[in-house]
Design a protein around this ligand. Sequence first.
Ligand code: MLT
Length: 264
Amino acid sequence: MPTVQTNGIETAYTDQGQGDGPPVVLIHGFPYNKSMWDDQVAALSGSHRVITYDLRGHGDSGATNETYTMEMLAEDLHILVEELSLGEVALGGFSMGGYVALAFAAAYPEHLDSLMLLDTRHLPDTEQAAEGRENLAKQVEADGVGGLAEALPARMLTEATVNGKPDVVAKASDMIRAASPEGVAGAARGMAVRRDQTDTLGSIHVPTLIVVGDQDGITPPVDAQAMADAIYNSTLVTIADASHLSNLDKPDEFNRALVDFLSS
Ligand code: MLT
């Protein structure tokens, strides 16, 4: 597994496929890792160069014991983009990955060819949500990530997936088990202090795809619509019968949205 040094840790990444367009870089959600993109890499790598990587504290990347602000995670990504000489990228971020993508868009707009905001939102946590993050951080620090691996996937997938696709649920749980407690705590605390990115939306001028599952209760369709209204050159795709992890609930529909966008 190749790695790049990013601010004191090894960041693990994959680099597959090739094509004429800009490289596609995909940022996973919390507390998963780059293997959440397996179906998308398979769909895109015939016609695009696709880079996936593990955020610090997740998957095969190193962890540090601190609050992972979205700006810190965007800086890690910036180093990856520079080290691989990617130039302008088609950047896709799922949920927490979308928070990182918006922080990246604010800090490094010169590296954006286009943007994909996937089951994510621009708004910060409420006070209550931030308190919940702190409780979660303390819980994983005390007990490890096992409880989260058992409980979380079912809250992020549709009932149809949970009941009908045990392999998908098991994959989501395995990804969580691969995260370190300090990584999960660091990311949870970082999300709790993330800033409101409403002002960033108005500054985005690259083509932007927004995807949301119609049953996404974590980053709901109303927020996806608000982002679409605020981003000048955006397209909103709502996936029917999909929850938060819409790429795992409905991979074909999700892939079609990405392929159509990237080829347009
Ligand atoms: C994610 O999928 O990355 C998280 O659910 C995002 C969040 O909790 O805000």
